[in-house]
Design a binder for this molecule. Structure first.
Ligand code: FES
Length: 254
């Protein structure tokens, strides 16, 4: 199959970008989208042109680095998959496919399709962890956790931090990401001691990074390659209100 690509090319965050058109020819429909990009880049390199910069690592839907917009949708037209799990058979022979970076103030463009998503790392570092003593691994099941809660925590833990939620949101809100990362720990007994500080610090880091507010459109969960539910956002809001009240009570002078 053959397709035409309209790809966003931009040297860095300081320069202006533009769409360039490329032909991708003789493709196997079972190639992944990234393998198709590899073919285009080989042709560009052979012709002495600069290859298209795009981020990737695992190519198995695990790492969340392969983030880009395909035909206006984060990770492309298919639901519940990352760009690296999108196959060319999704498209038709002769299609023109538009590829561009995730667009959000908090995700500056590094080059072409590559964006800097370190803002997510800063949110995670602000509270997305539990403080435990290091040493020998504890025995399995030493803290029994009900299946319902364990399943819910696993659903939240499926977030790969790709940023599709931010790219899909008209406000560039990171609420789905933050709610998943806080939620996976806040649901479990191990996460309780730091629950309030976790929520307050992660939300503060999110605001500081310049993400927008959530207005409950839920484009985020529709675009999420891991189908993280918007219900985690409601849970984060409840946890945030509780943490704010408890910290206000603690701060009140006797
Ligand atoms: S390259 Fe790792 S999720 Fe796509």
């Amino acid at each position: 199959m053959n397709v035409k690509l309209r790809v966003w090319r931009q040297k860095n965050s300081e320069t202006e970008g533009r769409f360039e058109t490329y032909e991708a020819k003789n493709l196997n429909p079972n190639m992944s989208f990234l393998e198709m990009m590899d073919v285009v880049n080989e042709d560009l390199t052979d012709a002495g042109d600069e290859p298209i910069a795009f981020a990737h690592d695992c190519r198995e839907g695990i790492c969340g680095t392969c983030s880009c917009m395909i035909d206006g949708k984060p990770h492309g037209p298919e639901s519940g998959v990352a760009t690296c799990q999108t196959y060319m058979r999704t498209f038709k022979d002769g299609d023109t496919i538009t590829v561009e970076p995730f667009r959000a103030k908090a995700f500056p463009i590094v080059k072409d399709l590559v964006t800097d998503r370190a803002a997510f790392d800063k949110i995670q570092q602000a509270g997305g962890f539990i403080t435990v003593r290091t040493g020998a691994a504890p025995d399995a099941n030493s803290i029994p956790i009900g299946k319902e809660i364990a399943d819910l925590a696993m659903d939240a833990a499926a977030c790969i931090g790709c940023g599709a939620c931010v790219a899909a949101c008209k406000n560039a809100s990171a609420m789905l990401f933050v709610s998943a990362k806080a939620g996976q720990l806040n649901l479990l007994p191990q996460g309780q001691p730091e629950k309030d500080t976790r929520v307050l610090k992660m939300v503060a880091a999110m605001d500081e990074a310049g993400f927008g507010n959530c207005t409950n459109q839920y484009e985020c969960s529709a675009a999420c390659p891991k189908l993280i539910s918007e219900e985690f956002i409601s849970k984060l809001n409840r946890d945030f209100v509780g943490a704010t009240l408890r910290s206000a009570v603690k701060a009140k002078p006797l």
